[in-house]
Unconditional design. Structure first.
Length: 300
DNA sequence: AAGCCTCTCAACCGCGAAGTA
DNA sequence: TTACTTCGCGGTTGAGAGGCT
């Protein structure tokens, strides 16, 4: 039978996206919502394959993409989640609002993986963040320290190259990866707070574990729902089951485990969250619980 | 100054899972 | 049930930028 290509390669643009292409894609998705990637380029008038459009949107154009360096808390979370989940970047990204799986994957491959490998070699015991952030190795310490990055030697020695193009009007929106159902907030009420072009396909995180809520794009139920994964079942229920997220009754353990409900600990991140329209300010995450979680020695 | 090296990250590719007819 | 389509994931690649010699 053979696998049919996702699209005809002939006459297609490849490589870096132009500003114009970005604009076309962004405005199309804002008007029509995500999904139907295969037909999207044709309808939008783009000479790109659907896959490429999807990737560009998810990794770059999406309005809730968080730019800038990975914070210490985020890094710690990545390390812990990677320990737990392995190279399941989309699941890890689901816990880091505004971060994409590609970004985390890149960050791991270029920075964290190396750091951890180094520290693992030099010590048989699991590395602490202190070890990771202040490794004894001076292999690249010749490079001057950048003002803009101060967290880690590897970053400091080589300023992060920021090549992304400026996006006008970029602001944080709630997305499946960043929406956090707050106390006493029903799933549906969150849906209502999505902008129209997001409502078409975005659904509150809980919906990915609740079959039937999204009849338009049923596929969105899978992948991000860690509850369907045995490994996650075992580990996340065990690890997160004790946390009081302060959700209502509709959030059972399986819902809490949903990968697209972010698990975050950074106050600034939370404030950014609540600053967006997704979560009302008065409804806050139980930070104490999360702080306890990260500080806990029982974390893997 | 120029060539080489290292690093980052956007983009591509192939595959498997899930949905559909 | 099965053949096919579509989507999303993880691994990999390569262009571009900056540092080093």
């Amino acid at each position: 039978m053979g696998r049919s290509p996702c699209c005809s390669k002939e006459g297609m643009n490849r490589g870096a996206w132009t500003v114009m292409e970005d604009k076309i894609l962004t405005s199309y998705i804002k008007a029509h919502g995500e999904g139907k990637w295969r037909n999207l380029p044709k309808r939008a008038g783009l000479k790109r394959c659907g896959k490429s459009c999807r990737l560009r949107w998810l990794n770059y154009l999406r309005p809730d993409i968080k730019r800038g360096n990975i914070s210490l808390d985020e890094e710690e979370l990545i390390i812990r989640l990677h320990k737990l989940l392995g190279n399941r970047w989309s699941l890890i990204a689901g816990r880091l609002p505004g971060r994409t799986d590609n970004e985390i994957k890149n960050y791991w491959n270029t920075t964290l993986g190396k750091k951890l490998a180094k520290t693992d070699r030099s010590s048989s015991s699991p590395p602490s963040l202190k070890d990771i952030n202040h490794p004894s190795s001076k292999s690249r310490s010749k490079r001057p320290v950048s003002k803009s990055s101060c967290l880690f030697p590897t970053k400091a020695t080589r300023p992060r190259v920021t090549r992304y193009k400026p996006l006008e009007g970029t602001k944080v929106h709630a997305s499946p990866g960043s929406s956090l159902p707050s106390k006493n907030q029903s799933l549906y009420s969150i849906t209502q707070e999505y902008p129209p072009y997001l409502q078409a396909n975005y659904r509150p995180s809980g919906s990915t574990c609740q079959q039937g809520l999204d009849s338009e794009s049923p596929r969105s139920h899978r992948v991000h729902c860690g509850a369907h994964d045995d490994h996650l079942q075992k580990n996340f229920v065990g690890d997160f089951g004790l946390i009081n997220f302060g959700y209502g009754d509709e959030f059972n353990a399986a819902n809490v485990m949903c990968a697209d409900q972010p698990l975050t600990v950074e106050q600034e991140m939370l404030e950014n969250w609540t600053a967006s329209f997704c979560v009302e300010e008065k409804d806050t995450l139980d930070l104490d619980s999360l702080a306890y979680l990260l500080n806990s020695e029982e974390w893997p």
